[in-house]
Design a protein around this ligand. Structure first.
Ligand code: TRP
Length: 336
């Protein structure tokens, strides 16, 4: 197995939603099918340990996310699709990297700083109240995910850019102190389609609870789309596309000419009820077959387990010998 041209991880906390599809799944599915690229996609279940303490939720989310990616067409034969916790080399590398990561670098992490700031505004005497070492060291585990497979490009959302900078920093430090083994990975942020608006117009996100799950029933998909907030303009009044959540979701799925045609109908004053119904029909058409496949997969978790185990075998073809090289270069090796 070759090192990764593309690599990205999905934290297994939550149910896959339309925003995940547009921002992460759809571009990854496309890359996964390219015979000239080696891409690695994994379920970051060790990362999810930091975010919640509910074992059932973690396990369920792992199953749902794996099923969603497969149902939406991930080519798991051509790419490497695995679960982080099936690769014991990742936590081993995490420790090695931890020993060379400056604490000051971690102090500057946005997520950690936000938690400290939260504590300070709530007037806690301890600025680190409730903050675990897992949260603090999160970027090092992420660096290990990436460096374990010497990934060249890492597609992520904007909020992860700082983690990539840290990864490069840590890799450079290893290369400098021990041996030049690591490629410095490049971040890839898709500005155009990475943020989808949710039910209330803010970014669609689990934490805002404003998301539309990918694989709920058809009925529920329709009722959620009907709930999307709009203004009170009457039918036939011209409407603005730029500030419209319905339009932005439509645009994320439709092609250019369909989008232009819809713009025209906004100028002509399409009624909100009509637009909602059309948006539902459009998205439902795209999700219909994958939904069927998803339901099948969810009934057969053993099949998913099998696919992930196979992916881990492929990934470890790379990680086992590479970790051996890393250990040798730091002086942890056979004595004779
Ligand atoms: N931290 C990422 C997120 O929350 C998930 C992730 C874990 C990841 N490991 C990674 C992304 C390695 C890219 C590469 O979105």
């Amino acid at each position: 197995m070759k090192n990764a041209d593309y690599l990205t991880g999905i934290t297994t906390s939550g149910t896959p939603h339309l925003g995940n599809y547009v921002g992460a799944i759809r571009p990854a599915v496309e890359t996964s099918r390219d015979p000239n690229l080696t891409s690695y996609y994994f379920l970051a279940d060790y990362h999810s340990l930091i975010k919640n303490f509910d074992p059932r939720l973690r396990c369920q989310s792992t199953l749902e996310i794996a099923a969603a990616w497969i149902a939406l067409g991930l080519d798991y034969e051509n790419c490497v699709f695995y679960r982080q916790s099936d690769i014991p080399e990742i936590p081993e590398l995490t420790w090695i990297l931890t020993t060379l990561t400056a604490k000051g670098l971690m102090n500057r992490a946005h997520a950690y700083k936000a938690s400290v700031a939260d504590n300070q505004t709530q007037d806690h005497t301890d600025p680190d109240k409730g903050i675990t070492m897992g949260l603090f060291s999160y970027p090092i585990l992420m660096a290990a995910d990436i460096l374990m497979f010497n990934a060249k490009k890492v597609p992520v959302g904007k909020d992860q850019v700082q983690h990539l900078e840290m990864t490069r920093d840590i890799a450079a430090r290893f290369n400098h102190i021990y041996k030049k083994l690591f490629i410095l990975p490049e971040v890839v942020v898709d500005e155009t389609s990475s943020v989808l608006a949710g039910l209330d117009g803010r970014k669609m996100s689990k934490s805002y609870n404003n998301y539309i799950p990918l694989f709920d029933t058809e009925k529920r998909l329709r009722s959620l789309i009907m709930k999307i907030q709009t203004n009170s303009l009457a039918p036939e009044e011209p409407k603005d596309t730029a500030t419209c959540t319905l339009f932005s979701i439509y645009k994320a799925f439709a092609d250019k000419s369909e989008t232009r045609a819809m713009e025209k109908r906004y100028q002509e004053g399409i009624a909100w009820g009509t637009m909602k119904q059309e948006l539902f029909e459009y998205i439902n058409e795209i999700l219909k077959d994958p939904r069927q496949k998803y339901m099948e997969l969810m009934k057969n978790p053993g099949d998913i387990e099998h696919i992930l185990k196979n992916g881990a075998l492929k990934a470890r073809e790379f990680s086992v010998p590479f970790l051996d090289k890393i250990r040798t270069s730091v002086g942890i090796k056979s004595l004779g």
